[in-house]
Design a protein around this ligand. Structure first.
Ligand SMILES: Nc1ncnc2c1ncn2[C@@H]1O[C@H](COP(=O)(O)OP(=O)(O)OP(=O)(O)O)[C@@H](O)[C@H]1O
Ligand SMILES: [Mg+2]
Length: 353
């Protein structure tokens, strides 16, 4: 477990010391593939350096398995750092060595013997999908393949934590997919905790299980599992990643009730809406939205219009059966009751005060 508490980092500029990270707090579970998401300049690279223990914060702290890394002596810090491996955007491969040779380099430095070294390199070549390219040289590879070599080399030292800074930046969809597949396999098969800095929210939705979202001025916007954030339609992440539900031009007053509904999972996405209609005897119509995926899991958001006596009951039924519901328009009757309840609550609060 890695916990970040009120982490603050300043970068001195000519005129002032401007904060790059502002009291950022979040937690990363062991074995997680965790995204550090934010626009350019948000402080992702600064955060990656801090998390990789290559830099020290100006305030706040980083705990690794409950140990405050700021209190470690030189030797303990070096030991801990050896469990972390980083691939930063400026990585350099050795052009005169083959792909296999590049991956073997850290093992040679550690004095790992020949047969064991070959086994580890073969396993990593397979993991990053470069078995057939083992004898090629970096100059013969495309950028996506070069990044996969750098990943394999970083994994050769069997780190518990792998930090990758912007691994898909500037790649086409195919190459990016190859890099993400390699990260996914490293996480799933080697059990390494992966911290992935990216400005691409799609990358987080496709491969991450958790995320910390940073604003352009280095503050934490939100953090949680990808499903937690997708379940909250008001979250920043859900706003960019759930299918849009614009119904401009559709006359919503033609429906007795209108709601935005998020559905998650193979069992729910294809069936829950029609089931609600069936159970409550109302007509359920999809007005906008669609299906996307988080990892392998289907995630849908629809704006639905419901017609019938029991339209509001059907909406309640949906939220009782794992639909995540945000009302857009309710029947006049329910709206009147809600207003009454709100007014009484305000009056009661007034009495209490
Ligand atoms: N050495 C430095 N000196 C001055 N300012 C810096 C330095 N390093 C980073 N900054 C500033 O700190 C802020 C955060 O930088 P950082 O590189 O961590 O952002 P980032 O999220 O990684 O951005 P990108 O997506 O472009 O890589 C930026 O405003 C940047 O200009
Ligand atoms: Mg960066």
């Amino acid at each position: 477990m890695i916990t970040v508490e009120n982490l603050t980092k300043f970068v001195p500029s000519a005129t002032s010391a401007a904060p790059v990270l502002r009291e950022v707090s979040f937690a990363v579970g062991s074995g997680s593939l965790f995204g550090l998401l934010g626009p350019s300049g948000a402080g992702k690279s600064a955060l990656t350096k801090l998390l990789g223990l290559q830099d020290r914060p100006d305030a706040g702290l980083i705990r690794v398995d409950d140990v405050d890394t700021g209190r470690l002596d030189h030797r303990s810090l070096r030991e801990l750092r050896s469990r972390f491996s980083t691939v930063d955007p400026g990585f350099v491969l050795r052009p005169e060595r083959t792909v296999a040779g590049n991956i073997a380099t850290p093992l040679e430095q550690l004095g790992v013997d020949g047969p064991q070294r070959r086994d580890i390199v073969a396993e990593l070549l397979d993991l990053v999908g470069l078995t057939r390219g083992a004898a090629q040289h970096p100059g013969e590879l495309n950028e996506g393949q070069r990044r996969r070599v750098a990943l394999a080399r970083a994994l050769a030292v069997s780190p518990s934590v792998l930090l990758v800074d912007d691994p898909t930046a500037g790649l086409d969809a195919d190459e990016a997919g190859g890099v993400l597949a390699a990260l996914d396999r490293a996480n799933a098969e080697l059990g390494v905790t992966v911290l992935l800095a990216t400005s691409d929210a799609d990358v987080v939705r496709k491969v991450c299980d958790g995320v910390a979202v940073l604003s352009d001025d280095g503050a934490l916007v939100e953090t949680g599992t990808v499903f937690e954030l997708l379940s909250d339609q008001d979250s920043h992440f859900a706003g960019t990643q759930l299918p849009p539900v614009d119904t401009n031009g559709t006359e919503l007053s033609r429906y007795d009730s209108v709601a935005d509904v998020v559905l998650i999972g193979h069992a729910t996405v294809p069936t829950l809406l029609s089931e609600a209609g069936h159970q409550m005897g109302v007509e359920v119509q999809t007005l906008a939205g669609g299906v996307t995926r988080a990892g392998e899991t289907p995630v849908a958001r629809y704006r639905v219009g419901l017609r019938g006596e029991r339209a509001d009951l059907a909406v309640s039924w949906l939220s009782e059966h794992s639909g995540i519901v945000r009302p857009v328009r309710r029947t006049a009757r329910v709206a009147a009751v809600s207003e009454l309840v709100a007014r009484e609550t305000r009056e009661l609060a007034g009495v209490a005060a």
